[in-house]
Ligand binder design. Structure first.
Ligand code: CDP
Length: 209
């Protein structure tokens, strides 16, 4: 398998922007695993299933086909052959439901397997909540991008979203399966007061040539 740079962190810490640019610099494929959980959530809602009903979510997940074709250097997400748009993935209903769907162990098993399989395609920069801790724990290239709660809430509202960032963090950090943690061996970057360029430089400066 190819090397994987892992980038984890809480909601709206800026990790997606950093990961995308690091991937471009390194000629790696950018993988946003949050979009895979969001796609699963979109499909659960589309099927009229209550996202808090873990049994129903589990049953639905087993019937869904989630695929991640690489398009222009990054993975897209398809559910049963349909490509979801950014608007689909970042809608308010998905924001409210995604941390409930992501708590279901069987959902995680399905998506983690798909994420691991991507390393056969090429070098990756993969971002999420459990990439350095669970998906690729043996990677020597792990980062954790953090930012203060105030800065994260401000970033999210600047993007025009009324997202319950604090509530998602609470759910993501306290769940039993693969809670958000600083992975062992990860380099922690506090992105509260860095520009995007500075944060990208910090990551690049830690990587071997
Ligand atoms: O963009 P933002 O950082 O706000 O969130 P995201 O990366 O799109 O992730 C959305 C949600 O998916 C998170 O709040 C987690 O509940 C879940 N997630 C996860 O459980 N594990 C991952 N590897 C990635 C996301």
């Amino acid at each position: 398998d190819h090397p994987v740079i892992t980038i984890d962190g809480p909601a709206a810490s800026g990790k997606s922007s950093v990961a995308r640019l690091v991937a471009r610099q390194r000629g790696a494929i950018y993988v946003n695993t949050g979009n895979m959980y969001r796609a699963m959530t979109w499909a659960v809602l589309d099927a009229g299933i209550d996202p808090a009903d873990a049994d129903a979510v589990r049953a639905a997940a087993a019937t869904l086909q989630i695929q991640s074709p690489v398009v222009e250097g990054q993975t897209q997400v398809q559910v049963n052959g349909r490509t979801l748009t950014d608007a689909d993935l970042n809608s308010d209903p998905v924001n409210r439901a995604v941390s409930h769907v992501a708590r279901v162990p069987e959902v995680r098993d399905l998506l983690v397997a798909a994420q691991r399989a991507l390393a056969a395609i090429g070098p990756l920069v993969m971002e999420g909540r459990d990439i350095g801790s669970v998906v690729f724990p043996d990677s020597p290239l792990k980062f954790y991008i953090d930012a203060s709660e105030e800065v994260r809430a401000a970033r999210r509202s600047a993007q025009g979203h009324t997202d319950q960032v604090a509530e998602r963090d609470r759910l993501d950090s306290t769940r039993k399966t693969s809670p958000l943690v600083v992975p062992q061996g990860a380099i922690v970057i506090d992105n509260s007061h860095l520009t995007l360029e500075q944060a990208v430089q910090q990551v690049l400066s830690k990587l071997p040539n």
